[in-house]
Write a protein that binds this ligand. Structure first.
Ligand code: HEC
Length: 107
């Protein structure tokens, strides 16, 4: 049989596992928009604050204009070296979530 101390330890472990599971099920700590927008920051600078190059900063970009630009890149109406390919990966709903999030960032 297990010693009482070991049983206590196991019990503690079980409680820890349970509480971390409920944490995982709690509301998402980051939004869908934020999650997808992090893929933009590689090129557009940390938190969309790139400056001084051909790639424009995204922080604080007007929401509706962003949706329009991304949809135009996606459809091919606007051409680009990178953005057409990148924008094709997102649904319209995801594009809107990205635009919502980026508009909240401080330029
Ligand atoms: C691999 C690099 C790369 C990634 C990743 C990237 N971009 Fe871009 N982005 C560019 C480049 C380069 C341009 C200039 C247009 C072109 O050549 O495609 C651009 C242009 C833009 C423009 C046009 C801005 C303007 O005012 O004309 C917008 C809007 C934009 N990107 C948004 C985004 C968003 C939103 C994401 C993430 C979902 C993203 N980009 C991810 C490289 C990138």
């Amino acid at each position: 049989m297990l010693s009482p101390v070991f049983q206590k330890l196991l019990g503690g472990l079980f409680v820890c596992t349970l509480s971390s599971m409920s944490y995982a099920q709690s509301p998402q700590p980051i939004s869908m928009g934020e999650m997808f927008a992090t893929t933009c920051f590689l090129c557009h600078g940390p938190n969309g604050q790139y400056s001084g190059g051909a790639i424009p900063p995204l922080a604080g970009y007007p929401r509706d204009l962003m949706v329009e630009q991304l949809k135009d890149f996606k459809s091919g109406k606007r051409s680009g070296t990178i953005m057409g390919r990148h924008a094709k990966g997102y649904s319209d709903q995801e594009i809107e979530a990205i635009a919502d999030y980026l508009a909240t960032l401080k330029p």
